[in-house]
Design a protein around this ligand. Structure first.
Ligand SMILES: Nc1ncnc2c1ncn2[C@@H]1O[C@H](COP(=O)(O)OP(=O)(O)OP(=O)(O)O)[C@@H](O)[C@H]1O
Ligand SMILES: [Mg+2]
Length: 229
């Protein structure tokens, strides 16, 4: 479980963009929704231990993350993956990008290759793996970033607008892959999204943010009808 306790965050001075947020992420799929600028991305980055809150605690599997030594932080951070809305890929081939996390975790070349092919097949991007990462389209990059995240089997997967640039058929495919991960039951998935259908199909809980505060929490079907257009 990742638990945020009374989190405050500001980028500049005391202009707080996350205001006293307490929430916990434990199993299943949770969708974070709310207006542009309400703090979804910021909250995801705090929960992923990328940003340190100004006030409050981030508890990862029972441990106060920001009180850990640098060495211990690495251990906990490896359980968590955050996928940026506009992913930045490494230079080089797509296959190297997808396998990067496994390589730094000490997997052999053969193991990495096998796993890269498996996840690339699942996401239907096998035809891309020999391409240069910087030659991909925006949506292709998003799929590669997702593959790079999923290959690690993280305990916590934070996805920022994962379907934003994807074609309808590809969306469906990504949703199927994410549902499979969800149903395996080992990964807590938190998705920031403007897409009520994604929340309705995948999430067991929706959290609505507004100006840095949680204003509503509940089952998707109970709170999303008014957002369906
Ligand atoms: N790097 C930054 N420096 C200063 N302010 C920032 C920075 N990033 C975000 N903000 C501000 O923090 C607030 C929350 O931004 P955030 O990106 O978390 O919102 P969001 O809910 O993800 O929005 P969107 O739906 O547009 O993605 C906004 O007021 C934004 O202007
Ligand atoms: Mg955002």
């Amino acid at each position: 479980m990742i638990e945020l306790r009374n989190i405050w965050f500001s980028y500049i001075g005391n202009n707080y963009v996350i205001r006293n947020v307490s929430v916990s992420f434990d199993r299943d799929v949770i969708a974070i929704m709310g207006p542009n600028g309400s703090g979804k991305t910021t909250l995801l980055k705090i929960a992923s231990c990328i940003y340190r809150p100004v006030k409050g605690k981030v508890i990862v599997d029972g441990v106060d993350y920001w009180s850990l030594s640098e060495q211990e932080k690495v251990k906990y951070r490896r359980r968590i993956v955050y996928v940026h809305e506009k992913p930045i890929l490494l230079k080089g081939k797509v296959a190297d990008n997808i396998g990067y996390g496994l390589r730094i975790r000490g997997y052999s070349r053969v193991e990495v290759e096998e796993k890269v092919i498996k996840i690339a097949k699942e996401l239907n991007i096998l035809h891309l793996i020999d391409k240069k990462a910087n030659e991909l389209s925006t949506g292709e990059k998003q799929l590669v970033a997702l593959a790079r995240a999923l290959i690690l089997n993280p305990n916590y997967l934070f996805l920022d607008e994962p379907l934003a640039n994807l074609h309808l058929a590809v969306r469906r495919q990504v949703v199927e892959v994410l549902k499979k991960v969800r149903d395996e039951g080992k990964t807590t998935i938190v998705i920031a999204t403007h897409d009520p259908l994604l929340a309705l199909t995948m999430a067991s809980k929706v959290i609505i943010l507004d100006r840095g505060r949680i204003v509503q929490t509940g089952k998707p079907q109970n709170i999303l009808n008014k957002y369906i257009i």
